[in-house]
Design a protein around this ligand. Sequence first.
Ligand code: NAG
Ligand code: NAG
Length: 231
Amino acid sequence: MKLLGLLVVLGVGSWAAGDDSEPRKEPSQRLLTFLSLFNGYFSSAKEVKAEKAELGYPVHDVINATFRNVFVPALPNEITFYLEEEDNGVVYRMQILVIREDELGIIRIAPYNFTDTTKYKPGQFDVTKDLENVRLEELSPTRPDCEIVFMQTDVNVFVGTFPDCTRWVDGGHPKYAFTLSCRTITALVYWGKSREKDSLLPYDHRKIVSYPLLPYVAPGAENFKPPCNCS
Ligand SMILES: *[C@@H]1O[C@H](CO)[C@@H](O)[C@H](O)[C@H]1NC(C)=O
Ligand SMILES: *[C@@H]1O[C@H](CO)[C@@H](O)[C@H](O)[C@H]1NC(C)=O
């Protein structure tokens, strides 16, 4: 009896060792679809090129954005993405996004600042090597009103609000309406003037590169394909 008691205690002790946050539950199909649509390198260059050709001048800026599934050793139990956004070649936002789905199926994303954007040129930050050195205490949570939220509105469509927490306008952050679908992320500035050229039409960020999800996200995640009719 005594030995059995000791074994039980040891077993529980080693399960909890070094891990004080709750283990994550398996992601739903909805979350996997969201993550795989979101996982890519996007650019509005095509839209800008078409505007120059048709009108002789651009209505939008060239915005290139990376939203990429990464593993952050400092956040081993979270699904994380690396975000890097560039406006005409200047990196203006680098964040770590912690992505969860709530009990209503709403995708909730907490952005964390972790480094100084001015130190980097587009594409210079190495998501495999450089994230290893990011420590928990360097991840600074942004304000609660920086939360990014998405809801699913159709098979491959997610619509949400994405505040620009790097800017302040009239006591608040500019807010983008994002629509994420198979080939694009469209982003409309719907409140507050943000960094880029103002336009009543959304920025149309085409997916240039699609990244696979990482195996830690779920068993077989690296082979997960969203139910799109496109490749
Ligand atoms: C943005 O992406 C487009 C399309 O891939 C590319 O042609 C352009 O050079 C990129 N711009 C910058 C500043 O990286
Ligand atoms: C996060 O970084 C941006 C600059 O990229 C800055 O404007 C913002 O105030 C920072 N937020 C916090 C909470 O540190």
